[in-house]
Ligand binder design. Structure first.
Ligand SMILES: [Zn+2]
Ligand SMILES: [Zn+2]
Length: 131
């Protein structure tokens, strides 16, 4: 990593869990699927994906369906996919706001609220992207 490589820091609302991601993410997106809606309690979930080598976290998390959250305050944080060597981090869990990462993909747009416009320049998928 060069000295100019950005390191982005984040964590849960209560501060028990902290994490960092180094360098630029592999992809950035939003998902409108019903699982992401329920899990976040919001109408969409915004995320960015890094290589697990560029990610570190501290503090105890609990996991539901591969999605990590803080057991103390309930903040939804990230999904570690060790098999795929990637971690999907929720953009709202980073300290910096606005974060400045722009989505390049938009998933499950058939579940998008009608008052939300498609994100300009982001590839639109009716459901999950083709494998
Ligand atoms: Zn917490
Ligand atoms: Zn989803």
């Amino acid at each position: 990593m060069s000295p100019s490589t950005p390191i982005r820091h984040g964590g849960c609302t209560c501060g028990a869990v902290r994490f960092e991601a180094r360098g630029q993410p592999m992809r950035v997106g939003v998902c409108h699927c019903t699982t992401c809606r329920k899990e976040t309690g919001s109408v969409l979930m915004a995320y960015a994906v890094w290589d697990t080598d560029d990610f570190a976290s501290s503090g105890e998390t609990r996991t539901w369906e591969g999605r990590d959250f803080c057991p103390r305050c309930g903040t939804r944080l990230f999904a570690l996919r060790l098999d795929e060597r990637e971690v999907e981090i929720k953009l709202g869990a980073f300290d910096e706001a606005p974060l400045g990462l722009e989505p390049t993909e938009e998933l499950w747009v058939k579940r998008r609220e009608p008052w939300l416009a498609p994100i300009a320049g982001a590839t639109q998928y009716r459901e999950d992207p083709p494998a």
